[in-house]
Design a protein around this ligand. Structure first.
Ligand SMILES: [Zn+2]
Ligand SMILES: [Zn+2]
Length: 430
């Protein structure tokens, strides 16, 4: 029997790390330049947090959560999304006392029991941001632009923005009645899931991916057409900001989230390269969630974007990041050379330099090959002859040029070479 990782999970192998690291560091730079600070929350939370924070009628809570009972009899859930835990932390740590809005970002693993498909996994990584404590539409624009800037900086191809509004309780309640009667009149045309959604929360029908339902919904009334004055004003203010920022978008009235605590702005970025399920990231305003989770009434807005989705889109373009090679590889022949080199390697590493040597008993040729595989900028060769002559051979792996350096000066020479011309072993150019 061969052991394998569980279905829907994957290993991040060393070769996959540089591109993911690039996504993370690019995101961190963009988010922190907008004043967002990183927060981390636990891998699991009380199940009730998501029932209240995502909504018990959502597909996520109904079908996709990893919920388990621990040995103390508590119902816990591996987090399926990032917003509810951050809001829980905001309330728990009294962040309402800080200057508002409190701006937070995260890079965390999330868990959803869904059928694995391209770029969608049961354990996946998500980057997200939340700004809690302001209802100003310019903050919605800031959020949208941070995500837009991230895709642009990474050169994610073919990204488009859909924008919607789901109003507030004042305009949504009459709309829901209108939508309900539309659905009742055409009950026969919808899938069983939609009929259940119609009963639990009519706005959720817009989540349906079944072709016939999507077609039928083209004639449905839209919330964006029924907004109250205040919601209309905020929506047009946001659109004005996006226009002045030069960010193109398409207003899509079907872009709604079916819970009372989601309000006003919703947005989703799509990438045509991702196939049928084009969503790459999105978010919206949730002015009533903090209150729903036990805090004071506090407006907020946020987004999330899947790391795997971004990586998939970049790979579809053939974008990759080369692995970083090491700085220097010390080739040793004979026990005397090793005696000299073992402490030298350690001292160089302590100076923060990237250094390696042979641990597999390879012959000279094999060691040179290993140095090449590791992407070493140069090698230092020390054998019995070199020790007898008091010199080491230093070979530049790029140019192939080789020179003799006295052993007494070797350490200084290595340090000089590795720090001077930024030769920190970037393999990419070779
Ligand atoms: Zn409204
Ligand atoms: Zn349906």
């Amino acid at each position: 029997m061969k052991v394998r990782g569980p279905k829907g999970t994957y290993d991040v192998l060393p070769a996959d790390q540089p591109l993911r690291e690039l996504v993370r560091t690019t995101a961190a730079a963009i988010f922190s330049s907008a004043g967002y600070q990183r927060i981390g929350t636990p891998a699991f939370e009380d199940t009730g947090l998501f029932e209240r924070g995502v909504g018990s009628s959502s597909d996520i809570v109904r079908k996709e959560m990893y919920t388990f009972e621990d040995k103390g009899g508590r119902s816990l859930t591996l987090k399926p999304e990032g917003t509810a835990p951050v809001v829980r932390a905001y309330i728990q740590h009294g962040m309402h006392k800080l200057p508002q809005p409190v701006k937070l970002w995260y890079a965390e693993r999330m868990y959803r029991f869904e059928n694995p498909q391209a770029g969608r996994f049961r354990e996946h990584y998500q980057l997200g941001a939340e700004a809690i404590g302001s209802g100003d539409p310019s903050l919605d624009a800031e959020m949208i632009m941070m995500l837009s800037d991230l895709y642009e900086a990474l050169e994610v191809p073919g990204v488009e923005l859909r924008l919607g509004s789901m109003g507030c309780p004042a305009c949504r309640e009459p709309f829901q009645k209108e939508l309900s009667s539309f659905l009742d009149e055409r009950a026969g045309a919808f899938c069983p899931d939609c009929l259940e959604r119609a009963r639990l929360n009519p706005l959720r029908v817009f989540d349906c991916k079944v072709e016939q339902c999507v077609a039928e919904l083209e004639r449905a009334p839209l919330l964006v057409d029924s907004l109250c004055q205040s919601c209309q004003d905020d929506f047009s203010a946001l659109r004005g900001y996006l226009d002045s920022l030069g960010r193109s978008y398409r207003v899509d009235g079907t872009l709604v989230r079916g819970f009372d605590y989601y309000t006003k702005t919703t947005f989703e970025f799509e990438c045509a390269r991702l196939g049928a399920q084009k969503g790459i990231g999105g978010g919206g305003r949730y002015d009533r969630l903090v209150e729903e989770l036990g805090g004071a009434a506090t407006p907020a807005v946020g987004f999330g974007t899947g790391l795997e989705r971004i990586v998939l889109a970049l790979e579809s373009e053939g974008i990759s990041v080369p692995e970083v090679g090491i700085g220097v590889f010390l080739v040793t022949m004979g026990p005397e050379a090793r005696e000299l080199v073992v402490p030298l390697v350690h001292r160089l590493r302590q100076e923060g330099l990237s250094v390696d040597m042979d641990y597999a008993g390879r012959k000279m040729k094999g060691q040179m090959k290993q140095a090449d595989r590791l992407g070493a900028a140069f090698t230092v060769i020390i054998g019995e002859e070199e020790i007898a002559a008091g010199k080491a051979a230093v070979k530049d792996m790029g140019s192939g040029r080789q020179e003799q350096v006295p052993l007494a000066r070797l350490e200084d020479e290595i340090v000089l070479r590795l720090t001077q011309d930024g030769a920190d072993g970037q393999k990419g150019s070779r």
